[in-house]
Design a protein around this ligand. Sequence first.
Ligand code: GLA
Length: 414
Amino acid sequence: MELTAQDKAAIDKILKFSKDNDIDIKGGKIRRTSSRFCLGVEHGDYNGTELFGVGTDRFIWMAYKPNGIDRIKLFSGNFPDDGIIEFKLGGVPEPKSAAIAETWGRFPYGIDYILRREGYKLKQGIDGVIYGNIPGGGMSRSASLSLNLILSLLDANGIEIKDKMTVVDLAQAVENDYIGSPCGKLDQIMILFGREGMGTYYNPAKRSVDYVQLGSGATDFRIVVLDTGTVRPGLEKSTYKVRRAECEKLVSILQKANYDISCLADIKDEAMYEKIMAEFGESYADLCDRLKYIFAAQKRFYKMLEAWKAGDIETVGQIFREDGTGLRDDYKISGAELETMCDVVRTVPGVLGERMLGGGDKGASGALVRAESVEAVQRAVDTAYPRSHPEFADKYAVHICKVVDGIRVYEGSL
Ligand code: GLA
C-alpha cells in the first residue's frame, strides 16, 4: 500500500522520536488508524439508534516491533512529557485508579488489562512510537488510539479475532471499564469499519455493518472540521455523562409507566411519542427535551440515508444542520466555542450544514461544504473566530478532510 504525503511526514517524525528516545522500531510495521465523522445519529449510540458515518484523514500512526520479551515500551510524540511508558504484561495499575488519571499510558495499560480479562493472554511485548494529528474532542482520538494498540498487540502475539464487532467491544471496554469514560460504540465502529469513499451504516439490532456509497452526480463537497482549540476533559467529566444518565432515567420512568421500550430509540411511533410528551412533558421537561432530539434526529436519519444514496448532499447538509440545532437547544450538549464556529460558517455561501461534533462541551464542530467554498470558510473562521475567542486565537484549526480507510498497515517502510 502506498504511503501518502501525510504518512511520510508522520513517519519522519516517528523516526526522529525513535532515535531520540532510543526505541528500536527498525524493520517494524506501521499501523495507521483514522478519525471519524458521524452523519447521524449523534448521541444515538447509547440511545440505541442506527448509526452512519465515515472515516476521515486525521490519524494516529504507530510504528512498532515485537521485542521478544514480556514488556511494553512506548513513546508518544504527542505527550513527550509523559516520557516512555514501560510495563510488564499483566502488571498494570488498577482500573480508574489515581495512577492512570494523568497519563496517556492508561490506554496501553487498559488494553493489557481488558485483553487479559477477556482471555486473550498477551505474551509478546512491543517497542513502539506513536504520533497523531487528530484534534482532541469530536474526532474520536481515544477510540483511534485504543483500536491501534489492540490491533497491534494482537498482531504481535499472533492472535486473530475474526469478528470485528468483538474488537469494537474490547476497545469500548478499555474506555468504559478501565479508563472510566462512558462512551458508546459509535467511534470504534466508524473507525474499524471505515472504508475509503464509503459511508458506514450500523444496525444495532443485528450488530451489522453495511457500506453505502454516495449516489452519483453529488455536488463535490468537503468534510470540514473546525477545531475550536478548547480542551475537553474525558467524557466521564463532561455533560456527556449527565446526558447518558438522563436518557437512562427517562427510559426507566417510561418502563415503570408500562411503555414497552428498552432505550429511547424504541420510541419511533408518532402516537407513542405524543402520548409520552403529553404525560411527562411538564413534570420531566428536561428529560423530554432529550427525547425530543432523539426522536426527531432518528426520523431525519432515514431521510439522510436516502439523500446520501441519491447523491443529494444538499439534503444531507440540511439535516446535519437540523441535527445541530436539536443538539444545541434540546439535547443541550454543545458549547460556546462550538456554537461560535457554527455561527461563523453558517453565514458562508456554499456551507450546506454545520453542527457540533462528538461528545460535546468543547472540541470541534464540523461542516459539509461545497468544494469551491472551502477557502471562504477558512477566511471566515480566521476573521471571526479569534475575535470572539481571543484566548484560542493560536489554538484553533480548520481541517479539510477526505473519506478514507479506517485502518491501514504499512510494511517495509521503517
Ligand atoms: C463520543 C462518544 C461516542 C458517541 C459520541 C456522540 O464520541 O465516544 O460513543 O456517543 O460522543 O455521538
